[in-house]
Design a protein around this ligand. Structure first.
Ligand code: SAM
Ligand code: FES
Length: 352
């Protein structure tokens, strides 16, 4: 078996590894390996993006959900979640202030809220695209039929985020109730890709039951799907879920995986997530230095931010965080990067 260092070089060159190589790499990593990985990841990041960091304005428009994922603070069985839905006017007002602040991508995220019919989502997408034709709209509203995804795409939606959560069947069952299936979630990702969306999959780092084997499965799945975006962040327990007593994922492993993802797909759109900023005060800055190139500040009205509580102690939910972009701009400048006013689309590169 090769050393971790050699496997990092191989990944950087071939953009793929075998399952046993992923397991070895993850299981034998040292601090020096991580430093080496991050320096390779930053070279790729610089090559494709320079010191530019893309931003997406996140609008959490409903916390009502028909699903009961064991890890999630807004799961339907949490009676303590204070439920809300934003009106179209509220959503448009978030987009307006976001546009003025320099956002050119809006991410509409929510639980799987059946009150929104396809027509409602179509209307929402159309309205935003008409008001801001130079902006991208990303949807993150869970598992839908091929026909529904097609309708949203035809209305102008550009991208779709649907984390696969884990690519391992047994692990998937540990995280979700029987009504949900990994097979269906994967099918949704294939459908979205076929329709023509820029697609994002991803997973939580350190979710209960995760092992180096399941992480290796995640990396193989991502290699197969070749998504344009991958969202990863640490699992953080929520006090009103069955996983309240579980351990959170670590900063160290999340950063290492961000570095690996940058080498796996060098031009990938890869966010340093809010969850990463929640487990460590400078988590997002460290995420960028490990290879990430996107941040997703919250544009939701301050009054609802605490209610979209997926996990405990989520940052940027207080009055002081009303203007996340300014805060992130300063944070990025402190490490030599800058937030740019740009849609930040995926740019295919031939011959990778
Ligand atoms: N309903 C949509 C879906 O299922 O894709 C989007 C909303 S869902 C809350 C967005 C993501 O939050 C999930 O894909 C999951 O990975 C993440 N998430 C949920 N609970 C979490 C927790 N306790 N810690 C960290 N991330 C969590
Ligand atoms: Fe539906 Fe979390 S269980 S968004």
């Amino acid at each position: 078996m090769q050393t971790v260092h050699e496997l990092i070089d191989k990944l950087n060159k071939e953009h793929a590894l075998k399952k046993e190589e992923w397991v070895f790499l993850l299981g034998h990593r040292t601090e020096e390996d991580a430093e080496y990985l991050f320096s390779c990841a930053r070279k790729q990041q610089q090559k494709y993006f320079g010191n530019c960091v893309y931003t997406r304005g996140l609008i959490e428009f409903t916390n009502i959900c028909r699903n009961d994922c064991y890890y999630c603070g807004i799961r339907k069985s949490n009676p303590n979640a204070e439920r809300y839905r934003l009106t179209t006017e509220q959503i448009l007002s978030c987009a307006k202030s976001g546009y003025e602040l320099g956002f050119r991508t809006f991410v509409l995220q929510g639980g799987e809220d059946l009150a929104y019919k396809d027509e409602d989502i179509v209307c929402l997408v159309r309205t935003i695209k008409e008001a801001y034709p130079d902006c991208a709209v990303t949807l993150s509203i869970g598992e839908k039929s091929y026909e529904s995804y097609q309708k949203y795409f035809d209305a102008g939606a550009d991208r779709y985020l649907l984390r696969h959560e884990t690519a391992d069947e047994v692990h998937y069952r540990k995280l979700h109730p029987a009504e949900l299936s990994l097979e269906h979630r994967k099918q949704c990702l294939y459908d979205l890709k076929e329709i023509g969306y820029q697609v994002g999959c991803g997973f939580m780092v350190g979710s209960p039951g995760q092992t180096y084997e399941t992480l290796a499965e995640d990396m193989l799945f991502i290699t197969k799907v070749q998504p344009q975006m991958v969202g990863i962040g640490p699992f953080i327990p929520h006090h009103d879920t069955p996983f309240r007593e579980e351990q959170a994922g670590t900063l160290e492993l999340t950063l290492f995986l961000l570095g690996l993802l940058r080498l796996l797909i060098p031009n990938l759109l890869l966010p340093a997530t809010t969850a990463l900023g929640t487990i460590a005060p400078t988590g997002r800055e460290q995420g960028i230095l490990a290879g990430a190139n996107v941040v997703m500040p919250n544009l939701s009205p301050v009054g609802v931010r605490k209610k979209y509580e997926l996990y405990d102690n989520k940052i940027c939910t207080g009055d002081e965080a009303a203007e996340c972009r300014g805060c992130l701009n300063r944070r990025m400048e402190s490490i030599g990067y800058e937030l740019v006013v740009d849609r930040g689309d995926f740019v295919p590169v031939s011959g990778l």
